[in-house]
Write a protein that binds this ligand. Structure first.
Ligand code: SF4
Length: 600
């Protein structure tokens, strides 16, 4: 093992900023990252053991103990649970003979829970040694465990055949389907890679590129909606010898999977968008940060980057433009939802724990390695290419005045046609339900757990930055679902699991809210509990990043839009004495022990 780690360190030039890559390789190669490995890595990159341990312990897919020859990670997201997770999980446990989150005594099989893996349109799904196995059934699980015990390789476990489009490419070979249901400017297959780099950039100054972005009114597609042209301009104006372009492909919001499809089917468009941003801002280096769950795309994407170099679409003097040098490297995450937050993503790309930074300064002033950095979403880069290709006027002809262009949606849940839809901004929730073949709809979760649980009375509301803003995840629930038990509890538990733990509000309050919700679900709640939850949720808004600030949204929006569900499960009066004064009751004891005196 020592030798393997040495060669991994060598392969990454003993660079401490590449700690994530080093840990990923050690985990892949040896199945775990034990204390001895941490010490060797720390020595090899010149960091303290504590520094390496901090990063190792932060990410879900790094393990201190062996994870088994076959490490099975079974998704526990809302969609997985709706589509039969429990029966699949039970079968895994029975067939493997172990409870979840443990390893068989012979070290053959490890079985673990994991949050959304980006397969919401084909759940229940699991990752086995990096390979995706979607649409699982108890029958299929029995086959998998039987084949594992017979010693088949992970590739040999595949009996379904590979998925549609590039999923069957020899560099991917994934049992995953794209499910592209509706195409628009971003997903349109009639695209000539490199056309904008070769034909448009040589004719335009960087400022003209930025001006075109500003005229198009394109805004970031990650959910926050910051104007792209303005972001690029601030970065361009920042004085620095080095600048970076980062693509955030760390979609971890339960219910979202559109980046997976774009990375599979339109990766050249995405890479071209990063090159355009580099030209506009003066950046020399780019990082494509991809969530760990999509690691099966690694070879495919690396070859495309290599191909772009060969065609002079990356590298030096790109498209013959003297001095325009730009290169992209891929950085994989290791299982952490909060790394979707741009400053946490930067920390992670630097090899650290993915903890969000205090802002300001913003990444555009002080980002990766403290250099000015543009972080944009996959879809934003793709759209930017089309803005330059067809012009700002053309782009503004899609969508609404405030929200121009299109939005790629990941639609899942109770509908006949789950998948990817590219629609113009301004589509209503009703339009979406109709388009996806959803019937008897009770609620739609717009924007993932951090968004809103919308009731039928609001189905005429539209997707746009001014109304229902969304990063693209929409989950449909019909009347067979128990919204509080199946949805709100699952989402709240998700936030508890994914909090980085830095802020006391985000570390503690979602746990208290979840316990209160469980009390209500167990029919022990009173009306005061609902009032308490709403007022306690306010405390969470003081958290440092969006995760904590929105962690109470499943509870808040469900109370606002589905109050009757809470009322049905709660009694009017508390059975305990709500007038109890804790301060008064303990004051005498506090004074007697001399610890402290409670103030009035
Ligand atoms: Fe971490 Fe939560 Fe604070 Fe964000 S809000 S920094 S996730 S503890």
């Amino acid at each position: 093992m020592e030798e393997s780690i040495s060669s991994i360190l060598e392969g990454h030039h003993h660079d401490p900023t590449r700690l994530m890559d080093i840990l990923i390789d050690v985990q892949d190669e040896t199945g775990f990252i034990g204390d001895q490995a941490v010490a060797q890595i720390a020595d090899g990159v010149g960091l303290s053991v504590a520094d390496v341990e901090q990063t190792r312990s932060f990410y879900h897919f790094f393990s201190k103990k062996p994870t088994g020859k076959y490490a099975i990670y079974l998704n526990t997201s809302v969609n997985a649970c709706m589509m039969g997770h429990d029966a699949v999980a039970r079968t895994f446990e029975v067939e493997a003979g172990i409870p979840c989150n443990s390893v068989t005594r012979d070290g053959l099989i490890g079985l673990f829970d994991t949050s959304c893996i980006g397969m919401s349109d084909q759940e229940p799904a699991a990752i086995i040694n990096g390979k995706i196995f979607p649409n699982l059934t108890p029958f299929r699980v029995k086959e998998l465990i039987r084949d594992i015990r017979e010693g088949k390789s992970v590739d040999e476990l595949v009996v379904e055949g590979y998925g549609d489009g590039q999923n069957s490419n020899s560099d991917i070979r994934a049992v995953v389907n794209n499910n592209i249901r509706k195409i628009g400017p971003v997903l349109n297959p009639n695209y000539k890679p490199g056309e904008v780099i070769r034909k448009k950039l040589p004719e335009m100054t960087p400022q003209q590129v930025i001006d075109e972005m500003k005229r198009s009114n394109i805004r970031g597609r990650g959910g926050a909606g910051f104007p792209t042209g303005m972001k690029w301009e601030i970065c361009r104006q920042a004085e620095s010898d080095e600048k970076y372009i980062i693509c955030n492909a760390d979609e971890g919001e339960p219910g979202t999977f559109k980046d997976r499809v774009i990375l599979t089917e339109r990766p050249k468009l995405l890479l071209e968008g990063m090159v355009v941003a580099a030209y506009a801002t003066g950046a020399q280096k780019g990082i494509l940060y991809i969530r760990h769950e999509y690691k099966y795309l690694k070879t495919y994407l690396e070859k495309l980057i290599e191909g772009a170099h060969k065609r002079n679409l990356m590298g030096r003097d790109i498209a013959g433009i003297k001095g325009f040098d730009f290169d992209v490297r891929i950085q994989f995450g290791a299982g952490s939802y909060v790394c979707g937050e741009e400053s946490a993503l930067i920390e992670s790309a630097e090899g650290k724990r993915g903890e969000p930074r205090d802002k300001p300064p913003f990444p555009v002033e002080k980002g990766y390695l403290d250099k000015p950095t543009v972080v944009n979403n996959v879809e934003t880069f793709c759209s930017a290419v089309k803005v330059l290709l067809y012009g700002a006027e053309w782009y503004r002809s899609f969508g609404t005045t405030d929200s121009t262009g299109t939005k790629v949606l990941s639609i899942s849940g109770d509908c006949r046609y789950p998948g990817i839809y590219e629609v113009e901004w301004g589509f209503s929730v009703n339009d979406i339900c109709g388009m996806a073949g959803a019937e008897d709809v009770m609620a739609v979760q717009v924007g993932g757990p951090s968004g809103s649980l919308v009731s039928p009375s609001d189905f005429d509301r539209v997707l746009c930055y001014a109304d229902l803003s969304t990063g693209g995840s929409l989950i449909i629930f019909n009347h067979s679902r128990d919204l509080l038990q199946d949805v709100v509890l699952n989402f709240t538990s998700f936030f508890i699991e994914e909090s980085c733990g830095s802020c006391s509000t985000c570390r503690i309050m979602p746990v208290i809210l979840r316990d209160k919700l469980i009390k209500i679900l167990n029919a022990r709640g009173v009306k005061q509990d609902i009032t308490d939850m709403l007022s306690w949720a306010e405390v969470l808004k003081a958290s440092r990043c969006g995760l904590g600030q929105t962690a109470a949204n499943p509870i808040i929006t469900s109370i606002h839009n589905f109050r009757h569900l809470y009322d049905q499960k709660t009694r009017g009066e508390a059975r305990y004495d709500t007038g109890f004064d804790l301060n008064k009751a303990t004051q005498e004891a506090m004074m007697a022990t001399g610890k402290f005196v409670m103030s009035e």
